[in-house]
Ligand binder design. Sequence first.
Ligand code: MN
Length: 287
Amino acid sequence: MINRSVAHISPATALQMGKTTVKQPLPTQRVEQISPFLLLHHFGPTLVAPGEDPLDVGPHPHRGFEPVTFLFQGGIRHKDSQGNEGILQGGDVQWMTAGRGIIHSERASREFLETGGTMEGIQLWVNLPKAHKRAPARYQDIKAGQIPQLTLDEGRVSVAVVAGSFGEVKGPAQTYTPVTALTITLQAGGEVAIPLPEDHNALLYIVKGNVIVNGNFDYTAEQMLQFRNDGEGITLKAVDNSLVLVLAGEPIDEPLAQWGPYVMNTQTEIMEAMRDYQMGKMGFYID
Ligand code: MN
């Protein structure tokens, strides 16, 4: 396999969001997007006492893209204006299509509030092409048990296929454009070769640990690597026990207009989104 070379290294910068500090490697001042990926927030690991909610994100709208949550540890309760209510636990993934509009909240689950503990996860924004920006909102609640786990390299590497495929194995998430999302757990010394479509943009984010990429250099936690479209995949070898999110997707070659929670193609569509939210066209959130 010809490896895809590293184009750009982006360390995550800390960003205060309400009560939470999140680490943000995308976007940065230099990188607006890695289409179709717009934003990556790593929250936690935060250890809290019983009764404390380290998230406490109240109702807010979205339009024009897909907010995706990978929860590694903890418990989250999602509620939205479509009447969906979901509880995420460690290993679960929530793949939401904001489409024409949704209002949602994300808070610690009741169980987590009772016990306290560690909360850690990633929120990822995946863009939608113009043709699907006004798709009906959709909520995919994907439990850890529904996500195929491949065990490789004599048990030292485990690949969870959330979206797209790894070899013959397909992930359960439905996406509007081709997207690969893999969460890879490696024990120290574990090695894996990951094929990725050459014409798809690709990146990885190291949640935890230290990995050698393509046999060259090693990179540590809270760094994001963007790859060139110049090979068939990437290889990872863990220096320490590591957790890595690998993403690839077909680029969306369209103008980007973004304001706050809305991602559209033009400023006019952003204004329209703001107005539609005010007018209640994204539904009503009932707590
Ligand atoms: Mn949100």
